[in-house]
Ligand binder design. Sequence first.
Ligand code: BGC
Length: 367
Amino acid sequence: MRRKRIWSAAAAVTLAMASIAAGCGDDDDGDSGGGGGDGGDVGKVAVLLPDSKSSVRWETYDRPLLQKAFEDAGVDVTISNAEGDKSAQQQQAEQAITDGAKVLLLVNLDSGSGAAIEENAKAQGVKVIDYDRLTLDTDANDYYVSFDNEKVGQLQGQGLVDCVGDKQGAQIAVLNGSPTDNNATLFKNGYDSVINPKFDSGEWKEIDDQSVPDWDNQKALTIFEQMLQANDNKVDGVLAANDGLGNAAISALKQRKLAQVPVTGQDATLEGIQNIVNGDQCMTVYKPTKKEADAAADLAIALAKGEKPSATTTPVDNGTQKVPSVLLDPIAITKDNIKDYLGEIDFPKKEDICAGKVEANCEKLGL
Ligand code: BGC
């Protein structure tokens, strides 16, 4: 029996040096297997991402940056992606808790399914951090980490105003994000505060204003084509809530061989930045993902150690309780300041932006 224990401890060493510390006192930790955890009292963390289609950000930036933040701290993390499927996300959460997760970082697919996941976690003593999207109407979220999302919307609204200029009677189409994403509501509050006065005064005319279910880019294309169809192809600007929706509008304009018009975006994706360089898009909003990932990881690591996080938080009302929150600053990007952010770990690389056909336009911008 004793001998067997020694052997299993030795096997654990070959799997993960760090797990040996826990192996002495607690055999259960011995099979945590290669996740990089340092055992001891630090619980595991599970990250639940929403999908990979509504924005490339989740897999391109959030996953690797979160992975690295936890690995650097020696904390065991598993990251899963629900690919838009609410019951899959529910199962991923349950599996993570069964596997010993003590903290969940959740990007919900809507508040109802998010609240169910969080309440189940809470009932089992697992802490929950809302990552990027706030889950409404529950008392089970412990923290919320995101950007000032109304500010994101204000930057989009102001970006469109600046790009459209003083064209009187400009005809504007609005493509909102998913109606089930609280962020989409906040973005809309932000840009409406800037553009609605233009509609009200008659300076601009609103062609249409529609939400895009699940931020689905394909649906955005269809919705925008119908808007164009109904308005005899006349459009002078598009308020699109992220780069994917913006690109859908740009594709529709190109398919109909219509002129470039100002289109907004969000996420500073490679496609979005290339669209800006090519003159197809007027701005995007860069939300430095590393800051968001690090802020969330710091909170999660403290919670996983059973400590009280030291971060400065502000209370955000989710309809049921005030959730202690960390809200970061978004940055508007136009063709004039792309160069200031090249080289940032969470911003597209110059060699990718300026590849192939985009190279000539990069040169024109001095990139
Ligand atoms: C995020 C955006 C993202 C969108 C679609 C929002 O909740 O804040 O960055 O573009 O979801 O995934």
